[in-house]
Ligand binder design. Structure first.
Ligand code: ASP
Length: 445
């Protein structure tokens, strides 16, 4: 039997009209039984998300700002929920909830509690609108003492709670849960995705639909390539590689609960429900077999520290000593390209910046290198695709296209699993290189 968990992002619930669309989507498929909403997001570019306004209310309350400053922001929040309720034609008086929350933020509740109320109120309204049961996340999503999700307890108690509701649909607000001491805690921003993933697991869903404002993951960043293709199917591993390199649609922690249970995630567009979206799966051996690459992502802002030392190749323990220096300063490295007598460490410039002088002094002192140079302004590009495995000539096509575009490649790294090729180029060449690779593999656009 098909059972679906459906999570709707803030842009899908920004006003009453969007709540209606969400209602239509849920009602059009009886297997959409478990619903996880975000807080209402922006209605237009310069609008403000409810979550951001709640953080602002908390800040104002703690800074002892004049009451009017708090009230003016809080009133906007109240107005948005009232408009949604009115637009949906619901006979529900939300005043009591709004008063209670205001009082709690002003008097005792923490920052996470304040932020979480966006999802909480969305959940109550959506449950009433759908005629579904409401299950408060603070009764079923548990964090441990260390602040990390207590998956075991959560899955156990959430499974039992969802069973109690049988065939009836359930709404569980995203983004928050409870600490052992009884205070509300949120995941990091965008964390309703994580709630959706846990609900999918605990409810035994066969599919986790994540509804947003785009029709799936794009092969490349649409700010760089015009109208890039949507990725039809992507594996969890490919997605990890692309997300790490900057492609963002899903919260990265949302992948693990469903991946381990083999539940696919379907990224769908609330405004275009007929679009198939992107399917994220454990394995996709035959799909898109003609397609060599799945996606291209990248980031600017990397530095390369290059250590030169004669006879480095035969000096056992050299690499370890170099890395120990970075470890000592709490710096994680991205890549380690090396030559015979040189070793380069690629790391994020903003992180390195704060410790640069100390790290270089320490390297000089511990390693006694013949040369020690730092180059900033590197951009990294990841070309990812399960289709690259054993496909001859892919690297040549990637490098050829970049060089034909007149871009110099400063670093190359390919994992032996052949799932990705990483290249480093100067930041000024980043966009040009991404475009060149995209059109090499998708010449038709
Ligand atoms: N509303 C929260 C945020 O803006 C969580 C979410 O939307 O997933 O980050």
């Amino acid at each position: 039997m098909e059972i679906k968990t459906v999570k709707f992002g803030g842009s899908s619930l920004c006003d009453a009209a969007h709540f209606r669309m969400v209602g239509d989507i849920i009602k059009s498929d009886p297997s959409r039984l478990f619903v996880v909403p975000s807080a209402p997001g922006k209605r237009s570019r310069d609008d403000v998300k409810i979550t951001d306004m709640l953080y602002e209310c908390y800040r104002l309350s703690r800074e002892h700002a004049p009451d009017e400053a708090f009230d003016s922001v809080y009133e906007v929040i109240c107005g948005r929920y009232r408009q949604i309720i009115e637009g949906l034609g619901l006979a529900y008086d939300i005043s009591g909830e709004l008063e209670y929350i205001k009082h709690a933020i002003l008097h005792r509740a923490g920052r996470d509690y304040a932020a979480s109320r966006g999802e909480y109120l969305s959940g109550i309204i959506l449950a009433k609108f759908l005629g579904f049961d409401f299950v408060d996340a603070e009764n079923v999503i548990f964090f441990g003492e260390n602040g990390a999700l207590d998956s075991e307890r959560t899955v156990q108690e959430l499974t039992a709670e969802l069973k109690r509701h049988g065939e009836k649909g359930v709404v569980i607000p995203g983004f928050y849960g409870i600490m052992p001491n009884g205070t509300v805690k949120t995941f990091s921003r965008g964390g309703s995705d994580v709630t959706g993933s846990i609900v999918a697991l605990a409810s035994g869903s066969t599919l986790y639909e994540n509804w947003t404002d785009v029709s799936g993951f794009m092969v490349a960043d649409p700010r760089i390539v015009d109208n890039p293709r949507v990725i039809g199917r992507i594996t969890y591993r490919e997605l990890r590689e692309l997300s790490y390199m900057g492609a963002s649609v899903l919260h990265q922690d949302s992948i693990f609960p469903v991946r381990n249970a083999g539940i696919p995630i379907n990224i769908k567009n609330t405004m275009r429900p007929e679009d198939p979206g992107t399917m994220i799966v454990a394995d996709a051996p035959d799909y898109d077999s003609g397609r060599v690459i799945t996606g291209i992502a990248g980031k600017k802002g990397f530095s390369v520290v290059t250590i030169g030392h004669d006879m480095m190749n035969s000096e056992i323990g050299f690499g370890r000593r170099v890395l120990e220096v970075f470890e000592e300063y709490g710096l994680s490295f991205e890549h380690l390209p090396s030559g015979i007598d040189t070793m380069s460490v690629v790391l994020s410039t903003p992180e390195f910046e704060k410790k640069r002088e100390r790290v270089l002094a320490s390297l000089g002192h511990m390693i006694h290198p013949d040369t020690l140079t730092v180059e900033d302004g590197l951009a990294l590009i990841a070309v990812v695709g399960r289709g690259m495995v054993r496909a001859k000539g892919t690297a040549a096509r990637v490098f050829g296209s970049v060089s034909d575009a007149g871009v110099n490649i400063k670093m190359i790294d390919q994992g032996s699993d052949e799932l990705n090729i990483i290249l480093g180029v100067e930041e000024a060449d980043f966009e040009k290189a991404v475009k060149a690779i995209y059109y090499e593999f998708l010449p038709e656009g």
